[in-house]
Design a protein. Structure first.
Length: 333
């Protein structure tokens, strides 16, 4: 029998069905990770954690609107006492959740060469990928006192062995697939043919794939899955098509996506019947100057304004937040 593989494009029969009472929901995922210069080669050392105390402010902000974020934590964060100080109480009380995010270059055991290809955990030997994942999972569980049930590979780098590793460890959900994006030019996965609808990777009730939400908007959006990959090396043409309201790719993130674009993306996702809208961003964006998306304090204010507008609009559309347990309980097997 073939081993389950997250990289396999699923058939319609694998799509997860949710009970009618579940409706349409949303989750907020935070790639909770160390700070590093995105323009420089990756390294095991030299990263920072100065933004970690600022997680407390984002958590308080979300609690104010009744949203429990899901913090996908990597090894430097899991071993930083400031992370537990910022999030531990909220996690214990169920006002926040934790998951696993594997950055292989900073996660022990350090048995591989650090390079771009190996930065995708799914490219590692299965035994090494499993060792890194299990070490990280156990570290997170010791730090926060709860076993994580959801995973995202750093750089979205799942591979052929990832599903088996996650299932063996008892995880319920993988959210590594960034549908409609292609990372194959640097040795990563190509998700351009993967759906945005959640699916069962192995069997109903087993490991669920919950892709990050990206939609196409514009008059050519139905042809988006076919056309957009052809435009990959033509950014000026992509920009022109977006300005002409012909075709635009919209991921649900405050990083590089305007509020107006996000609202359009939400409408498309809901109109297409997506059961769970998956929002995401990187935790270093909570401190100015650490990512390309938040350069200064004005940029940070804009990030919070983005979330405020999105949460307000979701409430207007009567779309409720969900947690991992809600998603698991809401499925029809």
């Amino acid at each position: 029998m073939a081993q389950p593989n997250i990289l396999d494009v699923p058939g319609a029969r694998q799509h997860v069905r949710f009970a009618p009472a579940f409706g349409q929901r949303f989750i907020v995922t935070v790639d909770t990770e160390e700070e590093f210069d995105w323009t420089q080669p990756l390294g095991r050392t030299g990263h920072g954690l100065s933004h970690v105390p600022r997680l407390a402010r984002f958590q308080q902000f979300c609690e104010g609107v009744g949203v429990a974020p899901i913090y996908l934590i990597d090894y430097p964060i899991a071993t930083d006492p400031a992370a537990v100080d910022a999030l531990g109480e909220a996690v214990a009380a169920g006002r926040a959740e934790i998951g696993v995010q594997l950055h292989p270059w900073v996660s022990p055991p350090h048995d591989e060469e650090v390079n771009v290809f190996n930065s995708y955990a799914g490219n590692l030997a299965p035994e090494l990928e499993a060792a890194k994942f299990n070490t990280l999972k156990d570290t997170i569980e010791r730090a926060f006192g709860k076993a994580p049930l959801i995973y995202r590979a750093g750089r979205y780098g799942v591979g052929p062995a990832s599903a088996g590793i996650l299932s063996q460890a008892g995880l319920a959900i993988d959210t590594s697939v960034r549908a409609r994006f292609d990372y194959s030019s640097t040795g990563g996965p190509n998700f351009t043919e993967h759906p945005v609808m959640p699916w069962w990777v192995d069997k109903p009730g087993g490991l669920m794939e919950l892709p990050l939400t990206t939609v196409f908007w514009g008059m050519l959006r139905q042809q988006g899955p076919m056309l957009y990959p052809l435009l990959w090396r033509m950014p000026k043409l992509r920009g022109l098509l977006a300005r002409m309201a012909m075709l635009e790719r919209i991921p649900l993130t405050p990083e590089g996506v305007s509020i107006e674009e996000a609202i359009k993306g939400i409408d498309i996702a809901l109109d297409e019947g997506l059961p769970v809208l998956v929002f995401s961003f990187h935790s270093p964006s909570l401190r100015p100057g650490l990512t390309p998306y938040v350069r200064d304090e004005d940029g940070l204010d804009q990030l919070y304004d983005w979330w405020r507008a999105v949460f307000t609009y979701l409430k207007q559309r009567q779309i409720r937040p969900a947690g991992v347990a809600d998603i698991i309980a809401g499925v029809e097997v």
